[in-house]
Write a protein that binds this ligand. Structure first.
Ligand SMILES: [Zn+2]
Length: 143
């Protein structure tokens, strides 16, 4: 399960609306708590994909390292990632799966239709490694 505060949840959805028709992306920070993750803040990222920003996203590794370091200074870990799907369902794509490597983290996808955030889903990346990783649907608990 992914537990997330209402303000962070709304910010993820607003980010998708602001960048429409391009994809937004960012990082979820908080605490790992057994099988669930609690999000206490989010960090927006620049989408470094310029070839196809509508349906691909990529986070600059240097930006990710900075976000991780700043999170740790506040006692937060990276617990997941989010991005938007402009005019596409909130379901993971083969590209999303191929580019997901953070086992035990949540991958949140929001569909944005005609500029309006519609559905937000979360998928946990489970498995012991790249060979048997898979996305599992998980509940989002907005508090
Ligand atoms: Zn995607």
């Amino acid at each position: 399960m992914l537990k997330i505060g209402k303000s962070s949840y709304e910010e993820i959805r607003r980010h998708g609306e602001e960048l429409y028709p391009h994809e937004c992306c960012g990082v979820l920070l908080g605490q790992m708590d057994g099988d669930s993750r609690s999000v206490t803040s989010i960090a927006r990222c620049g989408n470094t994909r310029t070839d196809s920003p509508q349906n691909r996203y990529n986070i600059d590794p240097r930006e990710l390292v900075r976000i991780q370091r700043e999170g740790r200074e506040r006692g937060e870990d990276i617990v997941g990632f989010y991005h938007s799907h402009p005019d596409h369902p909130a379901l993971w794509s083969q590209t999303d799966f191929a580019e997901a490597h953070w086992l035990g983290c949540s991958y949140v996808i929001t569909s944005v239709e005609k500029g309006q955030a519609v559905t937000t889903n979360s998928f946990e990346l489970t498995g012991a490694g790249e060979h048997d990783k898979k996305f599992v649907d998980e509940k989002i608990d907005v508090t």
